[in-house]
Write a protein of this length. Structure first.
Length: 234
């Protein structure tokens, strides 16, 4: 049996652009579902399985930010990429805050879009393949597949991106990790806006792990971070 095609939810109200993107993605082996407004995208996502979502921001009925929030209420596993003409810093930061993996500004090259999609699809499949992995971090237990971290102070639910970040830290304990190294491995690229998002995630990781005296997520100013902990995969 042939491998199932990766299914793309494409929410774009510009019919001409939607056709161009869909045509190129189809040629690259993707199965594409086009939605012309935000509410239609939400409705289709509720009823169908998708592997990745491409969302415009300025759409009728519901904007892309709202669509992304609705998707994230259901799952943290599916990559979301914004494709938008809105290039202001606040818009890009808001996009990442809604849970998107990337923010691509129009106009863009199809080759770049395809490469970025491949990066995030590979990463999401890798996370799924490691769903049964469990890490003992000091006195805490981390279940990436269940998005759960159990610490001496109690159990916490983490997002998919938080889980990816913590897996990377678990795989690289007690060494200095440069900021760009973390960004490239967890987010797929080294970007100023993603860097600000990473700092927010690091702060949340510290909050989760603070009750465990055997763990210290250290900031190495001007360089990056060091995850000081005894980590075992169990």
């Amino acid at each position: 049996m042939a491998d199932r095609k990766n299914r793309v939810l494409l929410a774009e109200d510009d019919a001409s652009l939607a056709y161009v993107i869909s045509d190129n993605l189809s040629d690259a082996g993707y199965d594409v579902v086009i939605c012309k407004d935000g509410q239609a995208a939400i409705d289709r996502f509720d009823k169908n399985k998708f592997d990745i979502c491409l969302l415009d921001i300025m759409m009728p009925h519901q904007d892309g930010f709202t669509v992304a929030k609705k998707i994230r209420q259901q799952t943290d596993l599916i990559p979301i990429l914004f494709i938008s003409a809105k290039s202001l810093e606040d818009d890009r930061i808001k996009g990442f805050q809604t849970g998107a993996e990337d923010y691509i500004i129009k106009p863009f090259s199809m080759q770049e879009l395809l490469l970025r999609m491949e990066v995030f699809l590979r990463r999401s499949k890798k996370i799924e393949s490691k769903a049964q992995s469990t890490y003992k971090i000091g006195e805490s237990i981390f279940y990436p597949g269940a998005l759960r971290l159990e610490t001496p102070a109690g159990s916490f639910t983490v997002t998919q991106k938080e889980a990816e970040l913590l897996v990377f830290l678990c795989q690289n304990p007690n060494i200095v990790l440069k900021r760009d190294e973390i960004l490239l491995n967890v987010w797929g690229k080294d970007d100023y806006f993603l860097g600000r998002s990473m700092d927010v995630f690091m702060t949340k990781m510290r909050k989760f792990l603070k009750p465990d005296p055997a763990v210290n997520l250290e900031t190495i100013h001007g360089i990056g971070f060091r995850f000081n902990a005894e980590v075992k995969e169990i």
